[in-house]
Structure formats: C-alpha cells, structure tokens
Design a protein around this ligand. Structure first.
Ligand SMILES: [Mg+2]
Length: 224
C-alpha cells in the first residue's frame, strides 16, 4: 500500500496559472527572432515540437530546434516576451490558490515547479502575489535537468524531507509533467485539463488521475 501523500508538486503555467496565451505568443516571438518565416513548414514543425514538449525547460526545446547561438537568442526573446506579457495577463486558475492553501491546511507541503527560468518564475510569482504561497518553488535553474527528467520532483522531495518518494503527488497539464511524476516515483500523478494537453495525452504519459482542475486535488487526496 502507498504511504499517505506528504508533498504535492504543482506545475505553474496551465495548472495553477492561466497565462492567456502568453506562452504561445512568446514562442511565436522567439521563432520570429531567429528568422523562421511565420506560417512556413519550418514554423509549423517547430510549433508542433513546442506543443508536444510543453512543460520541459524552454532552453532545451530551443537547443533541439536551433543549433548554436540561435537557441540562446530564441530563449532570450522567449523569456523577455513571456515576462512582459505574463506580467500583464497572468491570473490564477480559478480555485488554485485556495487549493494550495487547502493542501497545506491538510498538513501537506506544496512545491510549485516550472520549466521557466528563475527570472521569469519570479516575475510571474510577483504578479500573482504568490511569493510565499507555497513551501518551495523550483525551476530547472535550481534543480538540474527540467522535465521529463525527475530532478525537480526529487529535489522537492529531498528539500522538503518526505519519508518515501511514493508519498509525493504531482499535478500538471502536460504529458511531460506526467512522465516526470512517474519517473520520480510519485504515487499520485494527476493530469489537469486547464492547460496544454487533453485527457488522452495525459493518460498516455502515465496520469493516474485526470481532473478538470487543480481545484479538485485537495478532495482527491483527502484529509490526512
Ligand atoms: Mg504547464
């Protein structure tokens, strides 16, 4: 039998934060900056790749798409465009902040995790006034490899001193979030339908549960 969940690792964009298309718009700005013609076959291929790998570290996505300096340039433009737009439009997913508080009131620790850079993460949390909503916030700058590697979840498990990797629940909106949770040994890997991917994709990547929203997570886990 799995131990009770002590730690919940929640994704930001698409899971706890609505960015109103800021991620997609920032990727478009980045492709334009490295001279990919809008609407071209290369543009469509890049967008499909970006969509399929949503949730991983952005710099890894750009390195896979563009050799050398273009990846760094694309990433810089992405970060700038996203930070600018997200600061203007990001809002919590309805019920997300209440869910985080409910999970902590249940005696669980909560880590927010993201594939953004540390600077973008901080801008987003400032905008939401979420600088101390969770016990910990991690991005790939803090914790080695981004998704779908298990580093973010395992780092949270170590830093927040869980007794067993199975005492971890992970929630996210992408296939890579699900794969990350599975690879880290989490016993609950919940996909949410407020973001990038549909139920079939989340399930195919290992979701143990599919929820309409992160707001349903405290009820799923129950009281301790
Ligand atoms: Mg996400």
């Amino acid at each position: 039998m799995n131990p009770d969940v002590e730690l919940v690792v929640l994704d930001l964009a698409g899971t706890t934060v609505r960015d109103d298309g800021a991620v997609e718009a920032a990727f478009a700005a980045a492709l334009t900056a490295v001279d990919v013609p809008a609407g071209s076959a290369q543009w469509r291929r890049a967008q499909a790749y970006i969509r399929d790998t949503m949730g991983t570290a952005k710099i890894v996505v750009f390195r896979a798409l563009f050799p050398g300096d273009r990846a760094e340039q694309a990433n810089r433009v992405f970060e700038e465009a996203f930070a600018e737009r997200a600061i203007a439009v990001a809002e919590p997913v309805p019920g997300a902040e209440e869910a985080i508080r409910a999970l902590r009131d249940q005696g669980r620790r909560v880590c927010l995790s993201t594939g953004f850079s540390a600077a973008t993460r901080d801008a987003l949390l400032d905008r939401l006034e979420w600088t101390d909503v969770a016990d910990l916030v991690l991005c790939p700058d803090d914790a080695g490899r981004g998704r779908p590697f298990p580093d973010l979840v395992l780092t949270a498990a170590l830093r927040l001193r869980v007794s067993d990797v199975r005492a971890v629940a992970v929630a996210g909106d992408t296939g890579f979030d699900m794969l990350t949770g599975r690879r880290a040994g989490a016993s609950v890997v919940a996909g949410v339908l407020t973001g990038a991917h549909d139920a079939a994709t989340l399930t195919a990547h290992g979701a143990t549960h599919v929820l309409d929203s992160v707001a349903q997570l405290p009820a799923l886990l129950g009281t301790r």
